[in-house]
Design a protein around this ligand. Structure first.
Ligand SMILES: Nc1nc2c(c(=O)[nH]1)N[C@H]1C(S)=C(S)[C@@H](COP(=O)(O)O)O[C@H]1N2
Ligand SMILES: [Mo]
Length: 326
């Protein structure tokens, strides 16, 4: 872990920001934006840090909703989203929230960016957040098991992290790795047969697309342990298993990463994993999905509804069908 002597919020910069500005920002974050408040902010050159601590020691995020990514579906209730999860480090069932909240220590947390890049680094998660800035996006979230949610994520585009790392021209893939510390995860201890740590990967062109979000918050707060604190990925056009949680390493490489799920069952969980209603999982249909809060069954959409943003990424693939699924 990176040793740090001083947190960003200990720097007097925060004191220079009047409380009213914080309040305005938070109202905007909560969706109550008024043009007047936005104008007041624009006129104010001293913007608050993206993450800071309030007087009671709570983490406060400053993020404005990016209206380009609002959607037609209702937001999944927070209490459901934080308690219905896949996070095998804490067990192979949906109710991992209690174990994750008791065991996972999301701060301090360092992320290593390495491999074929001009700027390798190991950086504290909060320093990274303040460097990148934050925005809120509403995204559909579709698990390969055919349930879905709608999540108000807070984060920054993966493309910004790629830009910071400055990959060499030979880079073809980005590999992500979750922590593998068994002391922090009872599921690693009780399920030693799994290929820990959890790994996922995307192509460099996927990583540079506008959609992939590095998530550090949801529902206006730092992201819950059960949802992959303190930093996880979300790829809204792919099945949920690609959206790796609690990331400690991002590696730029010319070799295609082999994921946790691909290692376990390559015929069911392939590299591409693009949501496609026409290509069934070997054991069930992907034509529809269950909205977790209402239990309603709705049709699944090609690329989970994000075809306009991503279809060009796959122009070189031989055909649709299986390639989209795998
Ligand atoms: N490290 C890690 N990341 C993970 C998983 C996991 O078990 N471990 N599960 C994946 C799966 S299958 C899904 S559907 C999503 C679930 O995210 P959520 O719990 O925030 O809905 O996380 C993905 N990321
Ligand atoms: Mo999933």
């Amino acid at each position: 872990m990176l040793i740090r002597t001083r947190k960003r919020w200990e720097i007097p910069e925060r004191e220079a920001t009047p409380e009213s500005v914080f309040l305005n920002r938070r109202q905007i974050m909560a969706g109550g934006a008024s043009l007047a408040a936005a104008a007041a902010l624009a006129a104010c050159d001293q913007s608050p840090p993206a993450i800071a601590q309030d007087d009671e020691g709570r983490m406060v995020l400053t993020a404005e909703r990016n209206e380009a990514y609002t959607i037609e579906r209702a937001i999944t209730p927070e209490a459901l989203n934080t308690t219905y999860n896949n996070f095998y480090e804490y067990g192979s069932h949906k109710s991992i929230a209690r174990a994750a909240s008791a065991e996972l220590m999301p701060r301090p947390w360092a992320i290593t960016i390495d491999g074929m890049v001009d700027n390798p680094t190991t950086i504290d998660v909060d320093d990274l957040i303040n460097k990148m800035g934050l925005e809120e996006r509403l995204y559909r979230h579709r698990c390969v098991e055919a349930w879905s949610m709608t999540v108000p994520w807070i984060g920054f585009p993966l493309a910004k992290l790629v830009e910071m790392a400055s990959p060499k021209s030979e880079v073809k893939f980005v590999r992500f790795e979750t922590f593998g510390d068994a002391e922090m995860a009872s599921g690693i201890r009780t399920q030693p047969w799994y290929p820990w740590p959890y790994v996922e990967g995307v192509t460099i062109t996927e990583a540079m697309n506008e959609l992939p979000l590095i998530v550090v918050g949801a529902y206006g707060k730092v992201v819950a342990n059960s949802m992959g604190a303190p930093i996880r990925l979300h790829l809204p056009w792919k099945f949920g298993f690609k959206s790796i949680k609690s990331i400690v390493r991002v590696t730029f490489t010319d070799e295609r990463p082999v994921s946790f799920w691909e290692t376990l069952q390559p015929s069911e969980y392939g590299f591409w994993a693009n949501v496609n209603p026409e290509v069934p999982h070997p054991r069930w249909s992907q034509a529809t999905e269950r909205v977790i809060d209402t239990d309603e069954r709705i049709p699944t959409r090609l690329f989970n509804g994000y075809a306009p943003e991503v279809v060009d990424l796959y122009a070189d693939l031989a055909g649709l069908g299986d390639l989209l699924y795998r």
